[in-house]
Design a protein around this ligand. Structure first.
Ligand code: AP5
Ligand code: MG
Ligand code: ZN
Length: 232
C-alpha cells in the first residue's frame, strides 16, 4: 500500500509526511530529502545534481526513479524481515508525467498498489510566505518556520540539537522557479490521478494539526487507516 502527497512547494508535504508516516506505518519517502542527503555526503550523485538542485530545477527522471526503486526494494525487504512499514508515503514524487508512469511500472512489477493520492491545496500567497520563513535541521531534517513554528532556541533543533538553517533553494529566485515548475509539470498530474479515481483534495491553508486530521480522514475513507486499526 502506497500513498502520494502532492502539492506545491510549501504546501506542507514534508511537515505532514513526518507526522503521518509513523501513524500509518508507512515509510516517509521524500525525493528532496534523498537529494539533500546525497549533496551533503559529497557522493558522485550529489556532485552531479547540486547545480540543478540549487537553482530549483528538477533532477532528471531516470536519476529520481532509480532512487525511488531502491527505496521500494528496501521497504519490501524490511517487510519480508518482519519490519513494520506497510509501504511508502511519497512526498515530492512523482512530479512529472514520466515519473508517474515509471511509478506505475515499479509498483505493478512488485504486485503492489497506490491506495490514494492526497492533494494539499494552498493559495499562492501563503506558499511564498511559508517558503521564505522555512528553516530545517541539518542533522535530522525536522522542518521549522521562523514565525509559525520556530525552534525554542533560534538556530538549534528541538528534537536533536542539530543546526537549523535556511535551505539553499529557499531564496526568492529559486522559490519562483520551483513554483513555476510545479504549475507547469506537476499540476497536470492531479488531473491524471483524478482520472484514475485516486485523488482526494484537502485544504492545506489551516493549522498543521487540522491538515493532518483532514488527510487522515481522507485516507480512512480509502481504507488506509492508522496502523493497529482495522484495515483492508
Ligand atoms: P523538495 O524537498 O521536495 O522541495 P519542494 O518540492 O520544493 O517542496 P517543499 O519541501 O519546499 O515543500 P513542502 O510541501 O514539503 O513544505 P514544508 O512541509 O516544508 O524538493 C527540492 C528539490 O529537489 C527540487 O527543487 C528538485 O530540485 C529536487 N527534487 C525533489 N523531488 C524531485 C522529483 N520527484 N523530481 C525531480 N527533482 C526533484 O512546509 C513549508 C513551510 O511551511 C515550513 O516552514 C513549515 O513549517 C510551514 N508550514 C507547513 N504547514 C503549515 C501550516 N499548515 N501552517 C503554517 N505553516 C506551515
Ligand atoms: Mg518538503
Ligand atoms: Zn534535528
Amino acid at each position: 500500500m502506497h500513498v502520494i502527497l502532492m502539492g506545491a512547494q510549501g504546501s506542507g508535504k514534508g511537515t505532514q509526511a513526518e507526522r503521518l508516516a509513523p501513524r500509518l506505518a508507512l515509510r516517509h519517502v521524500s525525493t528532496g530529502n534523498l537529494f539533500r542527503a546525497a549533496i551533503a555526503s559529497g557522493s558522485d550523485l550529489g556532485l552531479a545534481i547540486k547545480a540543478a538542485y540549487d537553482h530549483g530545477e528538477l533532477i532528471a527522471d531516470a536519476t529520481t526513479v532509480s532512487l525511488v526503486d531502491l527505496e521500494l526494494a528496501s521497504i519490501a525487504a524490511e517487510r519480508a524481515g518482519g519490519g513494520s512499514s506497510r509501504g511508502a508515503l511519497f512526498d515530492g514524487f512523482p512530479r512529472t508525467p514520466g515519473q508517474a508512469e515509471s511509478l506505475n511500472d515499479l509498483v505493478a512489477r512488485r504486485g503492489e498498489a497506490i491506495s490514494a493520492v492526497i492533494e494539499i491545496a494552498v493559495p499562492l500567497e501563503t506558499l511564498v510566505t511559508r517558503l521564505a520563513g522555512r528553516r530545517v535541521c541539518t542533522t535530522c531534517g525536522r522542518t521549522y518556520h521562523v514565525e509559525f513554528d520556530p525552534p525554542t532556541v533560534a538556530g538549534v533543533c528541538d528534537r536533536c540539537g542539530g543546526e537549523v538553517i535556511q535551505r539553499e533553494d529557499d531564496r526568492p529566485d529559486a522559490i519562483a522557479r520551483r513554483l513555476d515548475l510545479f504549475f507547469a509539470q506537476t499540476e497536470p498530474l492531479l488531473a491524471y490521478y483524478r482520472g484514475l479515481g485516486l485523488l482526494e483534495r484537502v485544504d492545506g491553508d489551516q493549522p498543521v494539526e487540522r491538515v493532518t486530521d483532514a488527510i487522515a480522514a481522507a485516507l480512512a475513507r480509502r481504507d488506509v487507516s492508522a496502523a493497529g486499526e482495522a484495515r483492508s
